[in-house]
Design a protein around this ligand. Structure first.
Ligand code: ZN
Length: 273
């Protein structure tokens, strides 16, 4: 039977308690939330950190504190962001990987205008360096794709050796400045990646369920969580990240698939642990 893995992205660099009072912000809150999501069927946790004011930060101490609590509680695969603060230096975006050696980390395969408000910079030299730092530290890149050009960037770094096959992609659809969260866009983007790749997808906002259901039908994996959606349904704020994970696990089973455990996720993604 096919195994589908659920990634939970519990917090992101946004939203705040104002948008949804249930979003976890501190290391303790994030770790507790991840533990609940693991119990509900999440195999991977994609983590961002917040500073004491609740803003996105690449502060290594926050990552360390959160990772230590989670590792003491469960075997969920950790995926740390490298893009948690638009103003972070390139060094700060990589140093937590060197210290904490997560099994996965995000690799944003190009630059873009972020949410019509700022620049999300991933210059060529940075991406090449990031790919090598990940290889040296046993971290598998999760290649985040916001538009088609980013797939071709990834293929370029594969050819240059900064990325190694098989690649793992995360299609992030519906972010302002990137590609809209439509079924057609997901089908098109998936057609561009190498056949031996693994992939997952998410839709931000109203595209959340259509993208999830399409990914499930196409044999992809699924990401959910408050980094991408604060609403569980129209007009209904999510009570917790585990609520999203539980619904996804139900849908996976209804579709005659199985929810992948963290150990199965490690096999599917070829992780080194
Ligand atoms: Zn993220």
């Amino acid at each position: 039977m096919s195994k589908t893995l659920i990634t939970v992205a519990p917090t992101g660099a946004w939203p705040g308690k104002k948008e949804n009072p249930n979003v976890p912000l501190t290391p303790k809150e994030i770790a507790a939330d991840v533990y609940d999501c693991w119990k509900a069927g999440a195999a991977v946790a994609h983590l961002h950190m917040r500073d004491d004011e609740g803003k996105g930060t690449m502060n290594k101490n926050k990552f360390r504190e959160t990772v230590e609590i989670i590792r003491g509680q469960c075997d969920i695969v950790l995926n740390l962001t490298t893009s948690g603060d638009l103003n972070a230096t390139e060094e700060t975006r990589m140093e937590h990987l060197i210290e904490l050696k997560p099994e996965l980390a995000s690799f944003d395969a190009g630059s873009m205008n972020w949410m019509h408000s700022g620049l999300f910079l991933n210059p060529p030299q940075f991406l090449e360096k990031l790919g090598h730092v990940m290889q040296e530290n046993g971290v598998k890149p999760e290649i985040e794709i916001f538009d088609a050009g980013m797939v071709y960037n990834a293929l370029y770094y594969l050819k240059k050796g900064a990325l190694k096959a098989p690649l793992h992609f995360q299609f992030v659809l519906g972010a302002a400045g990137g590609t809209a969260a439509t079924v057609e866009n997901l089908v098109y983007l998936k057609s561009l990646i190498p056949q031996d790749s693994t992939w997952s997808a998410l839709g931000i906002g109203a595209g959340h369920l259509p993208i999830m259901l399409t990914a499930l039908g196409m044999g992809g994996h699924i990401r959910v969580g408050m980094e991408d959606n604060v609403y569980y349904a129209k007009g209904q704020l999510a009570k917790s990240n585990a609520e999203f994970v539980s619904r996804t696990a139900r849908l996976i089973k209804e579709a005659n698939h199985e929810v992948a455990t963290p150990e199965e996720a490690r096999k599917i993604l070829g992780l080194k642990k």
